[in-house]
Design a protein around this ligand. Sequence first.
Ligand code: UFG
Length: 327
Amino acid sequence: MAHILVTGGAGYIGSHACKALKQAGFTPVVYDNLVTGWKDAVKFGPFEQGDLTDRARLDQVFAKYQPVAVMHFAALSQVGEAMSQPGRYWANNVGGSLTLIEASVAAGCLDFVFSSTCATYGEHDNVVLDEDTPQLPLNAYGASKRAVEDILKGFEAAYGLRSVVFRYFNVAGADPEAEVGEFHRPETHLVPLVLDAVAGKRDALTIFGTDYDTPDGTCIRDYVHVCDLVDAHVLGLKWLQDDKGSRVFNLGTGTGFSVREVMDQSRRVTNREVPFTIGERRAGDCTKLVSGSTRAEQELGWKPSRSTLDTMIRDAWGWHQTGHYES
Ligand code: UFG
């Protein structure tokens, strides 16, 4: 079976991608430094511990497995941290990605799937966000991802590296079989935090601002189920293997939900109240981020099937109750 090098395969999205790749007949080789990932999340193929910035280690792994493609998930991804420690984002997300891309080209592995983000768009009030929307990131996280998109374009022109770039909206949910799921330390994402509050693992959820210009005053995001998201990656890989050329795709459903709507749905799913307090706005948060593109559906044949708020929270709750990683 063909090997796919999956950087960040011990993390939330990468681990789900490994499961989807295995189901699609590939062998995912996880390359992860375990700084934010979990060894226990590596269940679907071999594991190689290493850092993105370690070129010699990368060369070894490319030589050992001769992967036919790379799926590059590994990144620092907290907007708040990116505001306070931007250098880490440039060094790891840009420097590390450049090292990986150079190693991939040197190994003759020229199909590359990259996790980018809607955070590359920045704040565009009342603008429908599609792939042609100008990218004006507000923080070093978004800027680092946009920079890697630029590197990929340059490497295509120079070396024929083909890439599929996915700009994610808000990823949520978990494997319905709860083999893998979302687990960050510290946790910063809304759905697991709401479920922690519901389960009494934290006192309360703090709503970051209720004075936004939205119907209920809280921020609106476009939530997409992690299993749907990784299905798109498998389709993206096939797109590259069919030699259709480099392409950028938004991955969102086009429907936005406010923080309060996520809390209400969590109450319905769990049958428990969500304890909460109201706090200040969080630096770097945009009012509303919703995808306005159907390119992935039209061109890749992507059909999200689990991305209703109900299913995402139900699956996240299933994982929350049974799943956790220790190492
Ligand atoms: N929120 C709260 N309280 C919390 C945590 C979050 O009210 O304790 C709110 C946020 O203000 C935001 C929404 O819930 O309005 C979602 O917040 P997340 O932290 O779950 O997600 P973000 O929208 O901030 O970030 C996500 C990804 C980033 C990506 C970004 C693009 O985590 O990697 O989407 O906007 F860059």
